[in-house]
Design a protein around this ligand. Structure first.
Ligand code: SME
Length: 168
């Protein structure tokens, strides 16, 4: 049987290959959300927002349906709170959090993990789950690791530096 640790280690290896093989930063971000959505049953909807000025703009996403929240002001919602503080937000019950901006009726819990580049928040991973309290400490540490791997792709997606042929 494959353990939760092995599944996450395999995902990190696969994301590393995506980062180093991605033709464009957008391609890296899209393939990463697809991988996270496909490999983890409790990741019902996976998106990456990029910080543009004082707004979060939805870049890549994978899930059963599109969200209406394609632009979120920094400071609004769970996404905006994580961008403002630079810290991961884990919400076990979205109906119990007054900050929550509803996207899908099926969502029960959510995690938002900021992505830093050169000391600034440049983006974030946002995952909605149809399972209550779906995100534990293992998910948090795993997704914070993924966020560190996405630092360069997000910085490049925002034009902070030119993306090279080997994904750097
Ligand atoms: N629920 C988020 C909004 C984004 S959707 O989950 C895709 C929030 O409260 O910020």
């Amino acid at each position: 049987m494959t353990s939760a640790t092995d599944i996450r280690r395999g995902a990190l290896d696969a994301i590393d290959r995506i980062v180093h093989g991605g033709t464009t930063p957008q391609d890296v971000l899209q393939r990463t959300v697809e991988l996270l959505h496909d490999r983890f049953d409790h990741y019902s909807w996976v998106g990456i927002y990029l910080v543009e000025g004082d707004e979060l703009v939805l870049g890549s996403w994978q899930g059963p349906e599109a969200t209406e929240h394609v632009r979120i002001p920094v400071g609004r919602g769970i996404c905006g709170a994580a961008a403002a503080s630079g810290r991961t937000e884990v919400v076990d019950d979205v109906n119990d959090d007054s900050k929550y901006l509803a996207c899908f009726p099926s969502t029960r819990s959510e995690i938002v993990v900021p992505i830093h580049f050169n000391g600034e928040v440049v983006g974030e991973i946002d995952i909605d789950s149809d399972t209550p309290a779906a995100f534990d400490e293992i998910d948090r540490r795993f997704l914070e690791h993924v966020a560190r791997m996405l630092s360069s792709p997000c910085g490049a997606a925002l034009g902070r530096f030119a993306w090279g042929p080997d994904g750097r």
